[in-house]
Design a protein around this ligand. Sequence first.
Ligand SMILES: [Zn+2]
Length: 264
Amino acid sequence: MPLISETTARREMAAVGRRMYERGFVIATDGNLSIRLGPHRFLVTRSGVCKGSLTTMDMVVCDDYGRIVRGHKVSSETLLHLAAYYLRPDINAVIHAHPPLAIAFTLADKNLAESRLPEVVMSLGSIPTAMFAAPSSPEGAEVIRDLIIKHDALILDRHGSLTVGKDLTDAYYKLERLEFAAQVTLAAVSLGEIKGLSPEEIRKIEKSIEFNRSCSLPRCPSCGEPLHLSKSVFCSQSGTESSIKADTERLANLVQQIIKEGRM
Ligand SMILES: [Zn+2]
């Protein structure tokens, strides 16, 4: 049973690839994307193609040994992707990119793992840096081994990033967050010493993560995502005025209930 149809996966990959290029996360023909289609089948970007003009034909289907099933010449970093899938059966998408600020941190021998932005901590935990391996070398798969088991976002020393997710959009958002962490940390460093999180603040973050996990908030009528109190109440695809009104009332009741129970 396929996890996602090949047609849908190709369309999604083309869209995310173009987004990566527009945001400057890759240049020229750099970077590569992949999606797990089902058991032993992966869709991977073709070698030597610019992600800014990626089409649904610029992809290759391969098996878990990197052997081509459909298409021509897989990306040179396919082994890196396959290693991530092998080590993380829970993920369905992998993105390798070259986010410039995150790479700059490794050039300066600085570590983003120390970046303690609460939103980044809540979504990614820490962002470790894997040891140096030459781009496109088999060693690349080796150096991520111990880190990718525990982390969804890694920096590859003086090379780029690796993010994984439950789907391609999820992996892409993690790439955005990783570069955002580098951007904010760089700005903070230029202003002075970085203010870390105190043990009390870390406890608050852990409590917040626990709260978000345990409470069963209503779901968006349009996209089905839980409506988090800390985020925007409705997604951009939200439905009609009446459904919004009904959900606003439901949310107001929920907030009252949470306050009454002393959960906030
Ligand atoms: Zn690369």
